[in-house]
Each structure stands twice: as C-alpha cells, then as structure tokens.
Design a protein around this ligand. Structure first.
Ligand SMILES: [Zn+2]
Length: 319
C-alpha cells in the first residue's frame, strides 16, 4: 500500500515520529486503511484505545497538518530536496496535479521547510569558529529609496569564506544609507564590528600559524585585521591589479576574492525576484530567510540525504 510506504519513508526521514501517549493517558493504535479512508482520503490516523479519539499521523511531526494524502507529503519532500536548486512550492503543487486549497497548503509546507533550512544554517554558523585562509567581502543585496528623499538605503551582508571549503559565514550588516541616489558605501570597520564575526575569528590556525584574511583592500580591513590579530592580504581589482601570489602558511597562495565573489552571485540568484524588498517600511525579513537557506544548501551540496539531515539539525535545536 503506497500510503503505508510513504508513512514509513516519512518516519525514516525524521520529520515524522510515532506518537507517545494520548492526552487521556491511553495508547494509540493504528487504524485500518478502510476506516482511515472514510475519515479522509489518503490520510492515515491513529486511534486512542481508551478515549477512542482519532489523530492524523501528521500531528506527530514537525510538518504542518494539511489534510493531505500522506503520499503527497512524501512526494513534496522528495521534490523539495531532490536537487541543490529547489523548485518552488507552486512548481511542486503543479507536479502533484493539485490546485486551489491544496496549492496554498503546498505554500505553507514550503514556508516551513524554507525556514527550517535557514535556521539550520544560522545555528551551524553560530556554533563554528573561523580560522585559516579566509576570503572576506561585503555586498549589497537590495536597496530602496527612503520616502520623500533622494537617499538610498542598502541592505548589506558581510561574508567570510574559508578557502577551499564549503564553509561560509554570512553576517547581516547594519543598513547603510547613501545620499543623492549614491553608490552603496563599502563595508566599514564600525559596521563589521557589530557582527558576530569579531568573536568567531580565531587569531591562530592550529598547525598553520596566524589566520589570514584576503580582501579586496577596502579600508575597513586595515583596521579590522590588527584588531583581530590576523594577517591580511589584499587584491584590489578596482586599481587594475592582477592576481598576485603570496606566501601564506608557507604555501604559495593566490591573493584574490574569487571564491566569495562567486558565492555572492549564487546567493543573490537564490532570492526569487518575486520577494518584495520592503515590508513595513524596512527590509523584508524573508530576504534573510532565502539567504540563509542558500547558505545551508550550498554548504551541504554533497549531502546525499538533505531531507534527513535538516530534520535532525532542526529538531535537535527545537528540543
Ligand atoms: Zn485518549
């Protein structure tokens, strides 16, 4: 029976679990397929042996209870986690051949999964330290005009990529304003200082020596590196410099920020254009959710069971 099989897969994915005791203290028992179907097509239920109340199996999960056939849940999860580029909830709903109410249910489910990914990325980053060779750079994500003015407000992030790895740290900088529709201001020491980056960088890299930041030579780093007691190498493209080599940790190393540059491109491309820039007069917090979820996906590109990994990280944190 495909529904039972889908339920088994959901249990194995860790998003769904077996029920404990009923509120009345009684034990839950599985319900026959026939009774299940008479209560809701394609759904599965437990029934309390004492008070005889029915419970949808999805009540015992980290996913919303959508009154969906159980096979739809499994299909949705499989599609959501199938590739590093995730389809939208609407695309999956179309694949399932559903519309209307079921389509808005798909959107709800997608929302929960997206937020779970973002939370996993944030928690993973929060629990890590940075050392070694770090490419650092700031970037502008979105901007809007402050009402009744010629001032542009920029949403900016500061990032640090550990060279040669899929470990990237992203920090939201305080918003930056630029008068007369000006260009975005570069990342400043004062603003980087307000992020957790300061306490996450280790001055020494075990077995290698001093940690080294590689930047594009923005003024911020001239102050930042001595403060962090780390080395600094810079490659300034805007001054027409070509990629230089430098001996870092005893190795001939290319000095450039190409790694973090391409990360910014991918990260920005992962924010759907349909996500509005503004919400209640400031930047839409949904943008941050998409950025974090990109971070999670990118860091875990080689993970073969992302569905299970995220459930484990997500639920361990919620516990
Ligand atoms: Zn009961």
């Amino acid at each position: 029976m495909p529904s039972r099989k889908a339920y088994k897969e959901l249990l194995a994915s860790k998003w769904v679990w077996k029920p404990g005791k009923c509120q009345c203290g009684g034990s839950f028992a599985a319900v026959s397929w026939k009774t299940c179907n008479s209560r809701g097509f394609g759904r599965l239920f437990y029934r309390c042996e004492d008070c005889e109340s029915f419970k949808d199996v999805m009540n015992f999960s980290a996913l919303p209870t959508l009154r969906w056939p159980i096979v739809h849940y499994w299909f949705f999860l499989q599609q959501w986690f199938a590739n590093s580029k995730r389809p939208s909830s609407e695309e999956i709903a179309r694949m399932m051949g559903v519309s209307g109410q079921a389509c808005s249910a798909a959107r709800r489910l997608g929302e929960v999964l997206l937020r779970a990914e973002a939370l996993c990325a944030q928690k993973t980053q929060d629990s890590r330290k940075l050392s070694g060779l770090l490419e650092v750079d700031g970037t502008s994500i979105r901007k809007f005009v402050l009402p009744g003015s010629t001032t542009l407000r920029y949403m900016q992030y500061f990032g640090a990529l550990k060279r040669g790895t899929r470990c990237i740290h992203l920090y939201r900088l305080p918003d930056a304003d630029s008068k007369s529709f000006g260009k975005p201001p570069p990342e400043s020491f004062a603003r980087i200082q307000k992020t957790d980056f300061m306490r996450q960088v280790l001055p020494m890299t075990p077995g290698l020596g001093k940690t080294c930041l590689i930047s594009d030579g923005a003024p911020a780093y001239l102050k930042l590196c001595p403060e962090l007691k780390v080395l600094h190498r810079a490659c300034c493209h805007s001054k027409g410099q070509f990629v230089e080599h430098s001996r870092i940790h005893g190795l001939r190393t290319e000095v450039h920020t190409g790694g973090i540059d391409s990360c910014w491109k991918l990260c920005k491309a992962a924010i759907p254009p349909s996500v509005l820039t503004k919400s209640d007069g400031s930047f839409n917090p949904k943008i941050d959710v998409y950025i974090r979820s990109w971070q999670w996906r990118w860091e875990n590109t080689t993970c073969t069971n992302l569905c299970k990994k995220i459930a484990q990280v997500y639920l361990r944190q919620d516990a």
